[in-house]
Design a binder for this molecule. Structure first.
Ligand code: NCD
Length: 309
């Protein structure tokens, strides 16, 4: 794999191989004797994390993953303000410039849909040996988040087929849900329940993709009914920075709502949360959102091994 740009690029086989690699890396990492061995894997190679939009988890997840593989992570946290973008430099020219320092990989977060693809085009046209990883392109996609989400589902409920997934929140402007739906649609007998206010419904591109592939889905505003049928509840915040507003449907999950959820189901969230999951359920064993973060580091270690080797 050279670049990681969108969920559609992965086959089921590639996903299964990635998760086997992730389990392997996790096993080495958790064994004090073997952990050090991981450090030699990509020793001395460089990862640039260029973030034009805010991030806590994704940036630290990639930087920790890289450091744990012996790589040198170099990052900028607000490239929109502190890079030459302020002076009017195009993304293409910035990527051209970054490639002169020979990074093995550039992890890019940008506000523009398609930014990572634009960056990859420059890399390929000029024959640079650098990989591009899309760490979120506006309201487009966030494929590595979706991969770690899928890995979490596998770990938590032991399967990736025969799942009813309730996807709730801002489906119009949330990139994580878009990438996750594309990935899950590669598995068998998946059913989606999309739960959102009418103004934040899932985009037509995803709806058409599901119709084309004959994948069952329903759209609703009834949270209680949706929670009862879920094997996986994937919750998201309203993306106010992209102009989203929800003043019609209460999408808060707390102790009371968790009574409706099956005992074997799991509640996930890419985070940050801003009130839509109450902290009172953080100790509920079905709340998987913090375990999800840990899984992210291992999934990204496996991805870095793949693209940088
Ligand atoms: C998400 C993102 O940036 O899209 N966060 C993350 O990467 N874990 C979700 C969000 O910001 O709502």
């Amino acid at each position: 794999m050279k670049h990681i740009l969108k969920s559609q690029q992965f086959s089921r086989q590639e996903i299964e191989k990635l998760f086997a690699d992730t389990d392997h890396i996790r096993g080495l990492y958790e064994d004090p004797e073997k952990k050090k061995g991981l450090m030699t894997s990509l020793q001395g190679k460089t990862m640039f994390a260029i973030f034009y939009e805010p991030s806590s988890r994704t940036r630290f997840s990639f930087c920790s993953a890289a450091a744990n593989l012996g790589m040198i992570p170099i990052w900028t946290e607000d490239a929109g303000k502190f890079s030459s973008a302020v002076k009017g430099e195009t993304l293409e020219d910035s990527i051209h410039a970054f490639c002169q320092y020979d990074p093995s990989v550039i992890v890019l977060r940008h506000s523009e849909v398609g930014a990572a693809e634009k960056a990859a085009k420059i890399v390929d046209q000029f024959g640079y040996e650098t990989s591009i990883i899309n760490a979120g392109d506006g309201k487009g996609q966030h494929p590595t988040q979706a991969l770690l989400d899928l890995y979490t589902i596998k770990r938590e409920i032991g399967r990736l087929d025969d799942i009813t997934v309730v996807v709730g929140g801002d489906l119009a402007n949330g990139r994580t849900v878009r990438s996750l739906v594309y990935l899950l649609s590669k598995f068998e007998r998946i059913q989606f329940v999309f739960l959102s206010p009418d103004n934040l419904k899932m985009g037509d591109d995803i709806i058409n993709h599901l119709k084309e592939h004959d994948i069952k889905f329903t759209e609703t505003e009834n949270m209680k009914e949706a929670l009862r049928v879920a094997d996986i509840i994937y919750w998201t915040r309203v993306q106010t920075e992209r102009g989203s507003i929800n003043d019609t449907v209460d999408l808060t999950i707390g102790v009371e709502e968790m009574y409706l959820v099956k005992s074997g189901a799991r509640l996930m969230h890419p985070l940050p949360r801003v009130g839509e999951i109450k902290t009172e359920i953080d100790h509920d064993s079905r709340s998987a959102y913090f375990r999800q973060i840990k899984n992210g580091k291992f999934t990204r270690m496996a991805l870095l091994e793949d693209v940088c080797r």
